[in-house]
Design a protein around this ligand. Sequence first.
Ligand code: HEM
Length: 323
Amino acid sequence: MKRWEKEHEEKEEFEVDVFKELNDLSAEVISRTAFGSSFEEGKRIFLLQEQQISLTLQAMRSIYIPGFRYLPTKNNMMRRRLEKETRESVRRLIEKSRKGRENSKNLLSLLISASEEEHGFGMEEVINECKTFYFAGKETTSGLLTWALLLLALHQEWQDKARKEVLRFCKGNNLPSAENLNDFKIVTMILNETLRLYPPIVALTRGTSKDIKLGDLEIPANTQFYVSVAAVHHDTEIWGEDALEFNPQRFAESRKHLASFFPFALGPRVCVGQNLAMVEAKIVLAMIVQNFSLALSPSYVHAPTMRLTLQPQYGAPILFRKI
Ligand code: HEM
């Protein structure tokens, strides 16, 4: 925020594409919290994963021919090269961390400790876990924050309510305390309503291990299917006629059915980073609404698009005014 202010010192109002900025921010947060390193050190890994995502999206949008992925086509070779390079970058990060990790309790140190135990993780498994965290921790959280800021820029009344709540509890402290985070009822309702309308992961893939009956549907074993998070989150039978509208108030009451809202999935494969994501989102939102009023830029084009996570296709330009 200080950098934004510095860059636009002279101006009463300035525009920022928050999508890009928040992507860098959550990359920094996951690098520090999970790996004890900076965004700069993880940058290469994020970059390689970005390229891998683009190739994966291309493959997902092409006709699937069994076995095709093993042929030495340009894209297949590139995918293999990216995978190899990513693993090497993660391996280097692990080696560096192994040397200087006294008193460190981040995820990477814990994984390394687990790998040193008898019958513990192997190095390849540690690398797999690190890759998952790098990928899972960045675009999901930045997506949540981006959509939340866009919605607040559009719904001034909720922006005012959030600001009032933050100012009441933070009492001039720019950075909210851990206790403040529990007090933020309105902010939490806003974040939940954002996750309902724009879930960063719009669908889950699941497989049946045995024959099952789902309502009237008989599903045989070994069937793979999609569970559409977005369809359930937008269902008028569950959420009422205003299901497509932004109304955080609906989260003031507890829900009748747990499975009507599952942006972080449910059950044994539930998101392990959900608390970190919510803490990060509450802190960032609180700091922004305390310092700025937000309005949607006229250049914003509403085009939610799927790039593995739900993203604004043409960015998220927001007008900021210092308060
Ligand atoms: C708003 C932010 C986030 C959302 C909406 C989100 C959503 C999800 C969802 C829906 C899944 C289940 C995927 C599936 O089973 O197919 C998942 C899994 C996972 N998430 Fe998140 N996530 C978020 C943030 C994070 C963060 C910050 C981290 C890392 C600290 C993280 C780490 C993971 C991991 C490691 C898994 C895999 C768990 C497993 O397979 O057992 N997520 N997430």
